[in-house]
Design a protein around this ligand. Structure first.
Ligand SMILES: Cc1ncc(C[n+]2csc(CCOP(=O)(O)OP(=O)(O)O)c2C)c(N)n1
Length: 667
């Protein structure tokens, strides 16, 4: 009987089978889930967790732990079983029994904000492996700052066929290979099966060759042979490149009929098959029962890193107090004291010397100050650095093997960039800000959505934010993107009107620690409309009265970004006709809509006519102007022409605004 065996005689198979049966039982109880991957990958995961992974289950957020990322999030029960067996607090057997139930710590796919020990939310295939690149990069960058004593760990990924088929995987592995992120080790669950059936239905890529071509080591092993797994990981740890270990496995390992077929992928095994699997695995215990000796052996594995963690904590303690405090501040994501003051000073300077510049340039001006005040801010661009204005003079770019820098040339990889940014932020120690054109948020959006869902404070610097970019034409002119981003829960979208609002937007984005922010910035120059500096951040309510009416307001014009200038000019035109109008600047429509009703009512005011001006689609503005409000903006895609001609062509002009207001008034 296995449960009479003493802890030190527990075998690898006992340990791996414990993972398998917990996954099988939990999926069976939930009546849904994916047993195949945990059953197939249990050997690989068991070797990793018991022999290599540097972690201490009693402190799953220890900064120098190895990271384990289950990229194939559908196999979540693999991770929950491991967290439970190693003794992560909160991941109890009852949580496993409540797999996929409301409010459990065991949701269908892993969520880092739900479950201790889960490093990142995964589920959309490809995201995990791409996020892991950010983890591995942040580790090297922090290592370059703080040295081996404080930062010296690996990033392990368990990826499935689907992860490697997704396009994002290519952006991710190309970047990791180029940067020589040798602390990144991908264990590929090479089972040749996906949902529709054998992979041969749709794929014939030689993944080993693909990874090698991207600058990786890549080897093939038997993923059920613990010795082979151990040898491969040990070798990978010594490599100067990232490593792919293609682990040949059988999906649903142990299941008599379903093993090796897509039937094991995503549904409970069923009573008969489950019983057959347990028999085949030599497992004779009741559901969710783990014999004490196996439980003890797993618990021992969970404590394996305790000594290392304590030694690390001692080294941290031995640091000079200021260095230690700074490391702890950054590791815990607390923003530096000086940020608000630095922004206030910058605003005062802008009041003294107004800057009529594009907001992308205003962003660069702000970054000159912010990068000094916020040493953890890491900038980058997907090959549009000179257009995005993200590289300030004081930033050095990292390069392969040299990670002492705060600028990342992500290459033309918007999706990979956004996912890597998630990893950089989740790793800790850094706030990532990455840039491209606003229209290409479509390419980055799946990772931006993960950031929003998982509460990751990444910052997207999205320039060329409207038809105002001009000649590049409609492929490059976003029209629906502001609305699309504003509709994403927990995403904050800023579209500042001038240099001062841009500084305020940066401050609000950086002060936010529970979710991502997008800064939509112009290509074209704008006048500085604000003349007030100081500590108060007027953009913090999302909207504010920028220019009061000359008398009792008969209309309010709401505008964002480059159209604030148009709103002010329209106000002047109407004023000349003794028609009093106020202008409300709306640097963040979504932030404004999140304000308490009283605040919104005060800012919206009671002028009978409401107008919104934004060079984008109307979607979302009705919440401010109502369905009968006047909207001056885009009603379709843009066109290729100098931007001033486009504004005239699409009727987004002060004259058009004034004319519509008067026409409505005279109805
Ligand atoms: C982006 C994305 N597309 C589709 C899915 C739905 N889906 C979940 S698992 C899977 C493929 C399963 O094959 P594989 O990755 O080999 O996993 P295994 O069958 O080995 O568990 C698909 C298409 C998803 N989770 N993410």
């Amino acid at each position: 009987m296995q449960d009479t065996v003493s802890a030190d005689r527990v075998t690898h198979s006992d340990l791996a089978n414990a993972v398998r049966v917990l996954a099988m039982d939990a999926v069976e109880q939930a009546k849904s889930g994916h047993p195949g991957l945990p059953m197939g990958a249990a050997d690989v995961a068991t070797v990793l967790f018991t022999k290599f992974l540097k972690y201490d289950a009693t402190d799953p957020t220890w900064p120098d732990r190895d990271r384990f990322i289950l990229s194939a999030g559908h196999g979540s029960m693999l991770l929950y079983s491991l967290l439970h067996l190693t003794g992560v607090k909160g991941v109890t057997i009852d949580e496993l029994k409540n797999f996929r139930k409301l409010d459990s710590k065991t949701p269908g796919h892993p969520e880092n904000f739900m479950t201790p020990g889960v490093e990142t939310t995964t589920g959309p295939l490809g995201q995990g492996i791409a996020t892991a690149v950010g983890f591995a990069l942040a580790e090297r960058m922090l290592n370059a700052e703080y040295g081996d004593d404080l930062v010296d760990h690996h990033t392990y990924v368990l990826a499935s066929d689907g992860d490697l088929m997704e396009g994002i995987s290519h952006e991710a592995i190309a970047l990791a290979g180029h940067l020589k992120l040798n602390r990144m080790i991908v264990l590929w669950d090479d089972n040749g099966i996906s949902i529709d059936g054998p992979l041969t239905l749709s794929d014939s890529v030689d993944q080993v060759k693909r990874f090698q071509a991207c600058g990786w080591n890549a080897v093939r092993i038997d993923g059920h042979d613990p010795k082979a797994i151990q040898r491969a990981i040990a070798r990978a740890q010594k490599s100067d490149k990232p490593t792919l270990i293609a682990c040949k496995t059988t999906i649903g390992y142990g299941a008599p009929k379903k093993a090796g077929t897509s039937k094991a992928h995503g549904e409970p095994l069923g009573a008969e098959e489950l019983a057959g699997a347990k028999t085949a695995l030599g497992w004779s215990h009741t559901p969710f029962e783990i014999p004490d000796n196996i439980r003890d052996a797993w618990a021992k594995a969970g404590k394996k890193g305790r000594r290392l963690r304590k030694a690390w904590a001692d080294r941290l303690k031995a640091l000079p107090a200021d260095k230690r405090a700074e490391f702890e501040r950054r590791a815990t994501g607390v923003r530096p004291q000086g940020l608000a003051d630095a922004i206030a000073k910058l605003k005062d300077r802008l009041v003294a010397e107004p800057q009529n510049v594009a907001t992308r340039k205003a962003s660069e001006i702000a970054l000159e100050v912010i990068t000094e005040a916020v040493p953890e801010l890491v900038l980058g661009s997907a090959d549009l650095t000179p257009s995005n204005n993200t590289k300030t003079k004081n930033l050095n770019a990292i390069s392969p093997g040299n990670y002492a820098g705060r600028y990342i040339h992500y290459g033309i990889r918007e999706h990979g960039m956004a996912a890597a940014m998630n990893g950089i932020a989740l790793h800790g120690g850094y706030v990532p800000a990455g840039a491209t054109f606003l229209v290409f948020t479509d390419y980055a959006r799946p990772a931006m959505r993960i950031a929003a869902l998982a509460g990751i404070p990444a910052i997207y610097v999205m320039t060329h934010d409207s038809i105002g970019l001009g000649e590049d034409g409609p492929t490059h002119q976003p029209v629906e993107h502001l609305a699309a981003l504003r509709s994403m829960p927990k995403m904050r979208v800023f579209r500042p009107a001038d240099a001062i609002e841009t500084a305020e937007a940066w401050q609000l984005a950086l002060e936010r620690t529970d979710g991502p922010s997008t800064l939509a910035l112009t290509r074209q120059n704008l006048p500085q409309v604000r003349r007030d500096g100081g500590i108060a951040n007027l953009s913090a309510t999302g909207a504010y009265e920028l220019s009061p009416a000359n008398g009792k307001a008969r209309a309010t014009i709401f505008a964002s970004g480059s159209e604030v200038e148009i709103a002010l000019a329209a106000q002047k035109l109407l004023d000349e006709q003794s028609f009093a109008v106020r202008v409300v600047s709306v640097p963040s429509l979504d932030l404004f809509l999140a304000q308490p009703e009283k605040v919104r009512a005060r800012i919206i005011g009671d002028a009978p006519i409401k107008v919104a001006v934004e060079a984008a689609v109307r979607f979302g503005w009705d919440s401010v102007i109502g369905p009968d409000g006047i909207f001056v903006g885009m009603h379709g895609f843009g066109a290729s022409a100098p931007y001033k001609d486009l504004y005239k062509h699409f009727g987004i002009t002060p004259e058009a605004v004034a004319e519509k207001v008067l026409r409505t008034h005279n109805l």
